[in-house]
Design a protein around this ligand. Structure first.
Ligand SMILES: Cc1ncc(C[n+]2csc(CCOP(=O)(O)OP(=O)(O)O)c2C)c(N)n1
Ligand SMILES: [Mg+2]
Length: 363
């Protein structure tokens, strides 16, 4: 960073505090965090740009959420399951989701693992234990409780972490999930990324509880509000919560306070509703800028190294996009596959009618 943007809130940790919060390998952890948070930032610019150029149909950026995603990815383990909300694609990639597969998915082509059937930006990744989101706000919360319950029932060692927004805390699934998890002491970690907006509705207009972490108290659960723009804080809180869950101390609710720095999605225009000072305040809490300030102060990455990293990431996107853009679309007959375990006549008839109307190309 040449000079930090005006008003940016610094991360003022000393080396001793970092070692205490992140352990002996803190330098490597911060470098990794920087790499992935930069990746997320560049990805949003690139992929939102693709949507604006009409090359992909939809994109949901998560600028401002990078520390929640990357901090959680670094604190959670392979055996854990992730049930995401709307903005955890970066978390999946940081857990090892294949970038090329994700970009195929954004284009909805024939190589997309979900064969163009999901909305773009709704990836799925079984190998990295990342369940595709449904977009219906909050439904993943009760499902995550079931997932964690099953893990314990089967004697597995991991936990389930479920991510959702502030708006989702006003859904019935939030109530059912929180209540059940607490009553049955289920090893589930609730992470609410409170970006203070549910599309155009500010958080104060959808709940009368100013600190969402306090909602946990009503369920007899530990609730903590953390600074979701400070990746050091996120890593240490998620690690601690995970250990507590595995020790059988009951579910934990973490509220990560963040600032949404982009439209709700590519289908939204926040200039219609953001207050005049919103972006200034959001930029002061920019998670990547804050981490970069810390990395620079501690001289962890030379400027040339940062530049090389940026170039390496941009090249990865360029290559993945070039490959995905020329891949053929899914064959229409895939519409009739994978829906039922055994094909039955209404489906076969529909398929045959469709094929006849198309000129009879199906195998
Ligand atoms: C059940 C349901 N109602 C409404 C919508 C439309 N919708 C999509 S995202 C969203 C707001 C979500 O806000 P929040 O939970 O705070 O998550 P954020 O988008 O801020 O990350 C709404 C109302 C939906 N997808 N599902
Ligand atoms: Mg929100």
């Amino acid at each position: 960073m040449d000079s930090p943007p005006e008003g940016l809130l610094p991360l003022s940790y000393t080396e001793a505090e970092l070692a205490q919060k992140l352990g002996d390998g803190w330098k490597g952890t911060l470098e990794l965090a920087y790499r992935w948070m930069l990746f997320g930032r560049l990805m949003d610019t690139r992929f939102l740009g693709l949507q604006r150029q009409g090359r992909v149909g939809f994109y949901g950026p998560a600028t401002g959420h990078e520390a929640v995603n990357v901090g959680s990815a670094l604190a959670l383990q392979k055996e854990d399951w992730i049930l995401p909300g709307l903005r955890e694609q970066l978390l999946a990639l940081a857990r090892g989701l294949d970038l090329q597969g994700y970009v195929h998915h954004l284009f909805g082509n024939g190589t997309d693992p979900s064969l163009g059937r999901q909305m773009p930006c709704h990836p799925t990744g079984k190998p990295v234990h990342y369940v595709s989101m449904a977009s219906t706000v909050g439904t993943q919360i009760s499902q995550a409780v079931g997932s964690a319950y099953a893990q314990r029932y089967r004697g597995e060692t991991g936990i389930t972490a479920v991510f959702f927004g502030d708006g989702a805390t006003s859904t019935t699934d939030f109530h059912s999930g929180m209540n059940f998890a607490s009553v049955y002491n289920v090893p589930v970690l609730f992470v609410c990324a409170n970006n203070q907006w549910a599309i155009s509705v500010p958080v104060a207009k959808q709940t009368a509880v100013p600190v969402l972490a306090n909602k946990a108290k009503a369920y007899g659960m530990r609730g903590v509000r953390m600074d979701g723009t400070d990746v050091v804080e996120v890593i240490s809180q998620v690690r601690e919560a995970r250990a507590s869950l595995l020790a059988g101390n009951g579910p934990v609710f973490l509220e990560a306070l963040v600032f949404r720095m982009n439209p709700h999605s590519s289908s939204d225009d926040p200039t219609r509703y953001y207050p005049a000072n919103w972006m200034k305040e959001a930029r002061a809490h920019d998670p990547l800028g804050r981490l970069e300030g810390l990395v620079d102060r501690l001289q962890l990455l030379a400027p040339e190294k940062k530049e090389a990293l940026r170039k390496e990431i941009e090249d990865m996107f360029r290559k993945a996009i070039a490959e995905a853009e020329v891949a053929p679309p899914p064959s229409p007959d895939t519409l009739f596959r994978d829906t039922l375990s055994e094909t039955h006549w209404p489906l076969t008839e529909e398929r045959d009618t469709f094929d006849r109307d198309q000129g009879g190309h199906f195998p």
